[in-house]
Write a protein that binds this ligand. Structure first.
Ligand code: C2E
Ligand code: CA
Ligand code: CA
Length: 739
């Protein structure tokens, strides 16, 4: 750019009429005449220089002016300057002149001092663009204006380059997928591309307001964490040269990456460039891939678990148990390995009465209780059905674990509105004590479990070598039982049942006895054996016949007297059971109305309608049916009304809850009241103390049976049994009167 002051010749130029420099004031130190020298300089100037008088007439022109316009100096000088200006650019000289006058002498000058662009006209008629700088020239002849003109052709080339670069830049900016925002150091938006606007969804109207705060508010409103976004912005403004890269999460689930770098001009930071990239699809794809991978891992884990886990209870399965057992027997604690094999008692009943869903709930609860009885390093497995096994390694006291299991399992549980008391039979075999080889350990536990069941269930038993003998004996027993009936080894004992109201024995229960080679085998052993081996029917008939015959005299003495005989479910399954019983009674001269058949609840679980039909037939003939062992099964009081029975016998486990006679036992009173409300009579079993008898009498229990009155006796002992019972009744009356 040319500064008019840069010429610094103003003072020295004097314009002659011929357009040449004529005069100049001499300075004292100048010895040589400088004028030819000024002329040479004037003509050597690269810019066209013209001096124009106040009236617009050119008074001086240099060689460059001649060359620029195509006129000689003589043709220029004396002419009004307008003819060398292009059409449309000819006016304005007066304004310029006036402005120069006004600004003359001030520091930065007036508008006229600043170079400006205009169009000149050459002699050949062509126009050109030039930059004009002018200044005021005062002389004795009056004020004139010095005008320096330079074409801008050279600059146009540079401008074109710049424009090209600019268009390239903006094309790039607009074609990029990134949203770009440039913010000046003053915080004002200096530029942005269309992509930025559409990515952030900024309304055009909002942008048009140039309200940067409103734009920022709009941006922040979309972010999940606007505070962090702002923190980053503030941090970067305090560190203007810093660059950054972070990730923005949007409320609508989108994800942007944010890059920021300073905007510099000549190494000077003048603002900051923010670029935003929508990485949502990439993120989603990454997320999907991650999800797929973790799903795969979960599936693999599930498959693995399924191979070793019982799906219902989450316990180890049979396979895992065997692996663990093998490992334990080869491990450091191999000398202290215990196997506790257990089987739920009468689990089938839960499934039959309450359905499989309840059965499943019960198994889950049992699994939970088993786990709580052992340490986390011990294995609890479900082998299938209602069979579980516990593997203890390094345990000091396996028996107390077994005791804990039996006890904790027996706590009542509510399942689908019914209160159940799970019980189990558990067999324990230990590596240390039984010193057996690994393969035998589980078998020994199995034998012990069988013994626990045979011993009356709801208990644990440690394996003893004699149990193996017992196992053999069991098989032997079945063989022996076949001959027992024919050999007269099976006999009947009678146990009196007393009525506190009538103060006398009103009934006898017939109980089977087996004396084998001088040894008495308990019915809890041979009755199940008889059921297993298909001998129950024969034994049952034998019992009926024997008891009918033996009790006939006593029964004949009083029509209120009755005989109770136990009947097993397998007997009721027989086609002609009812007919058989009725025929037998008739042939023995026994009134069917004096006969009571005791059945356990399990006979009603049989879906076979035949069982119910048999009982119906018998009841129609006057035979009464009593529900034995009431309360021990899984049935509820509520079910009682659906059963075709005439009496209930409350199991002795309930009677044994009466200890002092002072306790409150609502379960007993509800049982009795419930039975009475259904028109059933109630017998309490296992009455051993006067306190129990008094308590039950107070609850208006109809009759009682138990050692307090008499043990079961053979026919020969009946008279004595009746006497003892009478004594006990008297003692009971005395006790009640005393209270
Ligand atoms: P059950 O029908 O509940 O018979 C009562 C059992 O309780 C009898 O045991 C009897 O001796 C016992 N008992 C009586 N009073 C008391 C007492 O005060 N305290 C105690 N602790 N026990 C008492 P038993 O004779 O060993 O019979 C056991 C089970 O064998 C019977 O239980 C019954 O289910 C079954 N059973 C016996 N005989 C026959 C039979 O001929 N046919 C069938 N199917 N089962 C029989
Ligand atoms: Ca009975
Ligand atoms: Ca009973």
């Amino acid at each position: 750019m040319i500064s008019p002051r840069g010429l610094a010749l103003n003072e020295g130029f004097v314009v002659s009429h011929g357009g040449r420099l004529m005069d100049a004031p001499l300075r004292p130190e100048q010895h040589e005449d400088p004028r030819p020298h000024y002329q040479a300089i004037f003509d050597a100037l690269p810019d066209a220089v013209l001096v124009i008088a106040e009236d617009g007439v050119i008074s001086l022109a240099n060689t460059a002016a001649e060359n620029m316009f195509g006129y000689t100096r003589q043709e220029l000088v004396g002419q009004n300057h307008r003819f060398i200006l292009a059409e449309g650019f000819r006016d304005g000289f007066e304004r310029l002149f006036a402005s120069l006058r006004r600004g003359h002498g001030t520091a930065d000058g007036a508008a006229g001092h600043h170079p400006f662009e205009t169009y000149g006209l050459r002699r050949d008629g062509t126009e050109f663009q030039g930059e004009v700088a002018c200044s005021l020239l005062g002389s004795e002849q009056g004020a004139s204006m010095t005008v320096a003109v330079r074409t801008t052709a050279h600059r146009k080339e540079a401008d074109a380059g710049l424009r090209e670069a600019m268009s390239l830049l903006s094309a790039t900016l607009e074609s990029t997928a990134d949203g770009i925002l440039v913010v000046g150091s003053d915080g004002q938006i200096a530029g942005l591309n269309d992509q930025f606007v559409s990515m952030w969804g900024i309304p055009r109207e909002l942008l048009a307001t140039h309200d940067d705060e409103a734009v920022m508010g709009f941006v922040l409103g979309q972010l999940s964490d606007p505070a962090t976004f702002l923190d980053k912005v503030h941090e970067l403004y305090t560190h203007p040269t810093a660059e950054s890269h972070d990730v923005l999460e949007f409320i609508d689930g989108r994800t942007f990456e944010r890059y920021s770098r300073p905007q510099k001009v000549d190494h000077q930071v003048v603002g900051r460039v923010w670029s935003f990239r929508d990485v949502t699809p990439r993120r989603k794809a990454q997320e999907q891939a991650r999800q797929a991978l973790s799903d795969l891992a979960a599936q693999a884990a599930q498959l693995k678990a399924m191979a070793f886990q019982d799906p219902l209870t989450g316990l180890a399965n049979r396979k895992l148990f065997h692996d663990q057992l093998t490992e334990a027997l080869h491990g450091e604690c191999s000398a202290a390995v215990d196997v506790l094999l257990l089987d739920l008692d009468d689990f089938k009943e839960v499934n039959d009465i309450l359905g499989h869903h309840a059965g499943d709930q019960m198994l889950i609860e049992v699994a939970r209780r088993l786990r709580s009885c052992v340490g986390s390093e011990d294995t609890v497995a479900r082998l299938g059905g209602d069979e579980f096994v516990v593997l203890l390694t390094g345990s000091q006291d396996a028996e107390s674990v077994a005791a804990c299991i039996v006890e904790s399992l027996n706590v009542p549980v509510w399942i689908e509105g019914a209160m159940l008391r799970p019980s189990l039979s558990l067999g324990l075999a230990s590596m240390s004590q039984d010193a057996v080889v690994a393969s035998e350990l589980l078998r020994h536990a199995d034998v012990a479990m069988y013994a626990a069941k045979a011993a009356g269930k709801n208990r644990y038993m440690r394996f003893e070598p004699e149990m193996m003998t017992a196992l053999v004996q069991r098989t032997d027993m079945e063989a022996g039982l076949r001959l027992a009936v024919d050999n007269g080894e099976l006999t009947v004992n009678f146990q009196p049942i007393v009525s506190p109201l009538l103060e006398s024995v009103t009934q006898f229960e017939a109980l089977a006895r087996w004396d084998r080679d001088g040894e008495r085998i308990p019915p809890s052993l041979f009755i199940p054996a008889a059921e297993r081996s298909g001998l129950m029917s024969a034994i049952g008939t034998h019992m009926l016949q024997e008891s009918f015959t033996q009790l006939r005299p006593w029964l004949a003495g009083d029509p209120r007297h009755s005989l109770a005989v136990n009947v097993s479910g397998t007997q009721l399954k027989e086609r002609d059971f009812a007919d058989g019983v009725l025929c037998l009674a008739e042939s023995c001269g026994m009134d069917a109305r004096q006969l009571v058949l005791e059945v356990t609840e399990s006979v009603f679980f049989d879906p076979d309608e035949h069982v119910i039909e048999q009982l119906g037939c018998l009841r129609r003939a006057g035979v009464r049916v009593a529900l034995d062992d009431f309360g021990t099964g899984y049935s509820s009081l509520g079910r009682l009304q659906d059963l075709p029975v005439d009496a209930v016998k409350i199991d002795r486990s309930f009677v044994s809850m009466i200890r002092t006679g002072a306790e409150k036992l609502p379960i007993l009173s509800s049982m009795i009241n419930m039975a009475h409300s259904l028109g059933l009579t109630v017998t309490a079993e296992g009455v051993e103390t006067a306190a129990q008898a008094a308590y039950l009498t107070d609850l208006r229990c109809d009759s009682m049976q138990g050692y307090l009155f008499s043990h079961p006796e053979p026919e020969t002992g009946l008279e004595l049994a009746i006497l003892r019972s009478a004594d006990a009744i008297d003692a009971l009356e005395e006790l009640r009167l005393k209270r």
